[in-house]
Write a protein that binds this ligand. Structure first.
Ligand code: PAF
Length: 251
């Protein structure tokens, strides 16, 4: 497994595999079984697999959330080595944003709904960094989890709008035994919050109305951003303490 530190180094190295298929999984690290399922799919479907680890500051609307985002680089690298990933790209803000975020990729419709209505600038940060990463890695396929369903749709839309030569591969949500969708932020739940957290999935999958699900979550100490049904899916986002959980289910 080779570590790539700068966009220039990554481009030069990956160019050598132009004739091969390249699978790419962008992450912010603190890898869990959800990430590993994306990476395993990439390893199965491509000649070469690349994973990036970069906690992207431009997508955090809350500085406290950025500061507390779990960083477990040594453990992540050991996991990726074990999986036999070919390349890990580890850029820094300075190398990935030589323009200091003067250039941005913005979507003006779907990104304003659901999470976008509560997290100012979040999806502009996500789309901008994903555009940069895709331009550097130039993958055949890129893997995104359905837990961040809105992100997945927006990234897919961006690649279509800008005629980008990459297949966006959606990967199903991986859940803990009690139904909680896997997320790096789950590490920040207290023991007691962790016990309550699966209620979000349980209620989203129930046949209660969106309004009743919201009420029930509030009764159980969640601070709800939204519960909304859109295009055959029910989406929810709510805080338990300082940790924001999101989930969605097909209905
Ligand atoms: O889903 C994530 O972990 C991030 O939003 C991504 C796609 C790696 C961009 O920073």
């Amino acid at each position: 497994m080779k570590l790539l530190k700068t966009p220039q180094e990554a481009k030069k190295e990956l160019m050598k595999f132009k004739e091969k298929s390249i699978g790419f999984t962008p992450t912010m690290g603190a890898l869990h079984a959800g990430h590993l399922s994306l990476i395993e799919k990439s390893l199965e479907e491509n000649d070469i697999s690349v994973v990036s680890i970069f906690v992207n500051p431009t997508q955090f609307d809350n500085p406290e959330d950025l500061k507390k985002y779990p960083v477990l680089l040594e453990k992540d690298l050991a996991l990726l080595e074990e999986l036999k990933v070919d390349f890990v790209f580890l850029p820094t803000y300075e190398t990935l944003y030589p323009d200091n975020y003067a250039y941005q990729v913005q979507e003006n419709e779907f990104s304003k709904k659901l999470c976008g209505a509560f997290r100012e600038g979040h999806f502009t940060g996500v789309l901008t960094v994903v555009m940069k990463l895709l331009n550097i890695v130039a993958p055949t396929r890129a893997y995104f989890g359905e837990k961040d369903y809105q992100q997945l749709q927006l990234v897919k839309g961006m690649t279509e709008a800008f005629f980008m030569d990459v297949e966006i591969v959606p990967c199903p949500i991986v859940r803990e035994k009690d139904g909680l969708a896997m997320s790096s932020r789950n590490l920040r739940l207290s023991k007691e919050e962790r016990k309550r957290a699966p209620l979000l999935y349980k209620l989203l999958s129930s046949n209660k109305s969106d309004a009743d699900v919201k009420l029930e979550l509030k009764k159980n100490g969640f601070k709800v951003d939204y519960v909304e049904t859109l295009n055959g899916r029910r989406f929810g986002a709510a805080y338990l303490g300082k940790v924001r959980l999101i989930d969605n289910v097909e209905i």
